[in-house]
Design a protein around this ligand. Structure first.
Ligand code: MG
Length: 165
């Protein structure tokens, strides 16, 4: 350890992990409407997130809207929000070449070496490799299926990893 006494961060995406979208390719269509998506936002979800030993941070295109629209529905307080910087041309080219998610570089910068977990439906092995090479702390990039959202096994995996730090 390098002397970090702060709790690890958990970067939280909204569309996919908290608000599933699209259809499970193995099931028949259910017909998801925006209302039924928001109905998934329960206090139980907030409680499960709060129970994780970490500091929650919104990492989503919702930005401040996540605090306005999502947090109150699930009983979370106002959380820090990652603001997405305009990428430089050079970084944009590199990231595209590497196949990075557009969020990855910004999240590594935001973490500043602090250990973090990241929950997102857009994570791939390219992101894991890049983070391993560019982030000095521990990191868990946890992919969630966009049609399923955060499930029991995801919470279990996050809890296990965060407690083992
Ligand atoms: Mg997403």
């Amino acid at each position: 350890m390098t002397g970090h006494t702060e709790r690890p961060l958990l970067f939280l995406d909204v569309d996919g992990p908290l608000l599933p979208f699209g259809e499970d390719p193995h099931r028949t269509p259910r017909g998801t409407t925006p209302d039924s998506r928001l109905a998934r936002l329960t206090s139980e979800l907030g409680n499960r997130l709060t129970a994780l030993p970490c500091e929650l941070v919104w990492a989503t295109t919702w930005e401040e809207e996540a605090n306005a629209e999502i947090a109150p529905r699930i009983g979370l307080p106002r959380l820090p929000v990652v603001k997405w910087p305009e990428p430089t041309d050079q970084h944009e080219r590199e990231d595209r070449w590497f196949g990075l998610c557009w969020k990855t570089r910004a999240l590594v910068n935001w973490a500043g070496g602090r250990p973090f977990a990241w929950v997102d439906d857009e994570i791939t092995d390219a992101d894991r490799e890049w983070v391993a090479a560019h982030h000095s702390g521990r990191a868990l990039l946890h992919h969630v299926e966009s049609y399923q959202g955060l499930a029991d096994e995801d919470f279990a995996a996050l809890d296990r990893w965060l407690r083992a730090l």
